[in-house]
Design a protein around this ligand. Structure first.
Ligand code: ZN
Ligand code: ZN
Length: 410
């Protein structure tokens, strides 16, 4: 199981709704109002309380939750691994160090502001995924690696309910998890307060013209069909994103979204297409025109199986397609944009690890290099759908359907 369900209510009419962890947009089945889900302080969810413990004075202990893909760059290539784990966010020894597999098996819900109970505050800010992984796992991959990159959930916090009745009880199972505690045990003095609001709803209306925005339920970018803009949702609200639809002959079956990113990577010289031809030692003699084509990194803007994510990013980056674009939404729709630009930026170093030459010699410099993204835009690339795969127009790049539908891992 790679995703969990979250119970919530429609902000307009109060009707119950079952959301998926990946949902970013909610259209109420009853009142039909569409809202964007916002997580101003990161996503905060709670594990359900066992009915027999519901009237106890509950204490919620915070756990950092991590879910995503860890890529490890080795001499021999790039390894990827799916991770989904939690770590106690307070140092108390009384609470379990992780919630185990329960975050995947139980129905979580977003923390509502009126939820009774005392919420303990995390002791520090959330460590990044790689740091947390190092602390929880005794041994990473045995071979020496050059660098690692994590892509995935960065903010979420999960609260697990407990209560005290001479012993400490796990309120999910209503079961004691400690011996009888001394009256001065540290757990009695932990305090706690009302929960921070975890979720906000923003009406899905165009900030420029007020029109209803369009998007799939897991999409982080919404279209305005009226004024032809694309808006990304982030913690502050809507941000306009530059975009282009690749022009094509005839009508494609749809479009796949990609991030096209201008970035600097340490002292690597990657200003033009000619630079990348030399850096990757491509079988192509740089032409004078290549010196004038600005170089951009490419990365999928949709979730997809990890190896395919890297393969697609590299193929388009080395191709540097000079497609003609339209800045109007095409009549055929595009697939959800559900991989944020920041995560696409995280793939840049991995992208380069696949083609810099001589690789062995340059990997240490790449591992140390600072990546600065200067500009990102969304490019919608037309595809033709076959029975088993999608093929990007004007390329030999195809993507098995199974790799797109199995993207829940990210
Ligand atoms: Zn409603
Ligand atoms: Zn508009």
């Amino acid at each position: 199981m790679t995703s969990f369900s979250i119970q919530h209510q429609c902000p307009q009419c109060g009707a119950p709704a079952l959301l998926q962890e990946t949902d970013r947009l909610m259209t109420c089945r009853f009142c039909k109002v569409t809202s964007v889900l916002m997580f101003p302080g990161g996503m905060r969810t709670v594990l359900p309380v066992c009915p027999s413990a519901a009237d106890k004075p509950l204490v919620y202990a915070p756990y950092w939750r991590y879910k995503g893909i860890v890529f490890t760059c080795l001499d021999a290539g790039v390894q990827d691994r799916f991770v989904d784990f939690s770590v106690a966010a307070i140092p108390s020894v009384r609470f379990p160090r992780s919630v185990g597999l329960r975050s995947q098996a139980l129905k979580l819900r977003y923390v509502p502001p009126e939820l009774p109970g005392r919420f303990l505050k995390p002791a520090a800010s959330k460590p990044d995924m790689l740091t947390a992984l190092d602390r929880t796992q005794l041994r990473e991959s045995a071979a020496p690696w050059h660098f690692r990159t994590a892509i995935g959930d960065v903010q979420s916090l999960l609260y697990a309910p407990f209560y005290l009745d001479r012993k400490l009880f796990d309120a999910v199972l209503d079961r004691a998890i400690s011996p009888v505690l001394a009256e001065d045990d540290e757990v009695f003095g932990l305090g706690g307060e009302a929960p921070d609001p975890s979720i906000d709803f923003l009406p899905a209306l165009c900030p420029t013209c007020g029109w209803d925005l369009r998007g799939e339920r897991d999409s982080i970018c919404l279209d305005c069909p009226n004024c032809q803009k694309v808006w990304a949702t982030d913690r502050k609200g809507f941000q306009e994103i530059p975009f282009g639809y690749v022009k094509t002959q005839g009508t494609p079956d749809g479009y796949l979204p990609f991030w096209r990113i201008q970035a600097s990577v340490g002292s690597f010289r990657l200003d033009t297409y000619a630079d990348v031809v030399r850096a990757a030692n491509l079988p192509h003699v740089p032409q004078p025109v290549d010196e004038t084509i600005p170089f951009r990194f490419w990365a999928p803007a949709f979730k997809i199986q990890a190896k395919r994510l890297m393969h697609l990013g590299r193929s388009l980056t080395l191709m540097q397609p000079q497609w003609e674009m339209a800045t109007e939404h095409a009549r055929t729709g595009h697939r959800s944009v559900n991989l944020p630009a920041q995560e696409a930026v995280e793939t840049i170093r991995l992208n380069m690890a696949g083609w810099i030459t001589p690789r062995q010699k340059l990997l240490p410099a790449l591992a140390e290099a600072q990546v600065n993204a200067l500009l990102h835009e969304l490019i919608f690339v037309p595809f033709v759908a076959g029975p088993h795969e999608l093929t990007l127009t004007d390329t030999r790049i195809s993507i098995p359907n199974a790799h797109i539908s199995l993207s829940g891992n990210l």
